[in-house]
Write a protein that binds this ligand. Structure first.
Ligand SMILES: CC(C)(COP(=O)(O)OP(=O)(O)OC[C@H]1O[C@@H](n2cnc3c(N)ncnc32)[C@H](O)[C@@H]1OP(=O)(O)O)[C@@H](O)C(=O)NCCC(=O)NCCS
Length: 180
C-alpha cells in the first residue's frame, strides 16, 4: 500500500474495530427463552455499522448481509458479545466482518454463536454515494481477510448477475390473474 497510515484517505483495520455487549432480556427471546434470530441479525447489523462508520466517517447504509449460520443458542440472561472490523474498502462500499460470542453469566465461558459479512455503502448528507478511504491491512490475519473479501465481492457480483439473468428469463412467463 502506498498511502501512509496517517493519511485522511487511509485507515487501519484497528481504527475500525468495534464491540457491543448486550444482556439478553425476555423481549429479545422466543417462547423457549432463546434469542430470536432476527434480533441477533439486528445486533450484527448495528455492530457492523459501527465499524463501517468509523472507516467512512459518513452515513452508511447496509447493502447486503451474507449467509449466517446460528451455531449456538443464546438464552435470556446470557451476555452477547459482538466484535466487528472492516475487512476491505472498495470504491463507495466496504465489507465488514462481525463475530458473535455468548458469555455464560455464571461460568464466564465464551462460545461462538455466529459470524457474518456485511457490505455497507457510504452516503453523504445529500444521500449521494461517497468514496471511502482505503484500508491498510497490517497483521497476517488482516491481510488474509483483505484477500478473502475480494473473492466474496466477486462471488456476490456473479450471484447478482445470475439472479438478474434469471429474472429476465422469467419475465413475461407469469400470466396475469384471470378475472371474470
Ligand atoms: C446500497 C445502495 C446505496 C446501492 O445503490 P446502487 O444504486 O444499487 O449502487 P451501485 O449499483 O452503483 O453500487 C454502489 C456500490 O454498492 C455496492 N453494492 C450495491 N448493491 C450491493 C449488494 N447487493 N451487495 C453488495 N454490494 C452492493 C456496489 O458493489 C458498489 O460498490 P463500490 O462503489 O465499492 O464499487 C442502494 O441499493 C440502497 O440505498 N439500498 C437500500 C439501503 C438500505 O436502506 N439499507 C437498510 C437495510 S433495509
Amino acid at each position: 500500500m502506498s498511502l501512509p497510515e496517517n493519511s485522511p484517505n487511509a485507515r487501519t483495520v484497528a481504527s475500525t474495530q468495534s464491540e457491543m455487549t448486550e444482556i439478553i432480556l425476555p423481549n429479545d427471546a422466543n417462547t423457549l427463552g432463546n434469542l430470536l434470530g432476527g434480533r441477533l441479525m439486528h445486533f450484527i447489523d448495528l455492530t457492523g455499522a459501527m465499524a463501517a462508520f468509523r472507516h467512512a466517517r459518513s452515513h452508511v447504509v447496509t447493502a447486503a448481509m451474507d449467509h449466517i449460520d446460528f451455531i449456538q443458542p443464546v438464552h435470556v440472561g446470557d451476555l452477547l458479545i459482538l466484535k466487528s472490523s472492516v475487512n476491505r474498502a472498495f470504491n463507495t462500499s466496504l465489507e465488514v466482518g462481525v463475530k458473535v460470542w455468548v458469555e455464560h453469566p455464571q461460568t464466564g465461558v465464551l462460545l461462538h454463536v455466529a459470524s457474518a459479512y456485511l457490505v455497507f455503502v457510504a452516503i453523504d448528507d445529500r444521500g449521494r454515494r461517497q468514496k471511502v478511504p482505503v484500508l491498510l491491512p497490517e497483521t497476517p490475519n488482516e491481510i488474509r481477510r483483505f484477500a478473502d473479501a475480494l473473492r466474496r465481492r466477486e462471488h456476490r457480483e456473479a450471484e447478482t448477475a445470475r439472479r438478474k439473468q434469471e429474472q429476465r428469463e422469467h419475465a413475461g412467463n407469469d400470466s396475469p390473474p384471470v378475472t371474470r
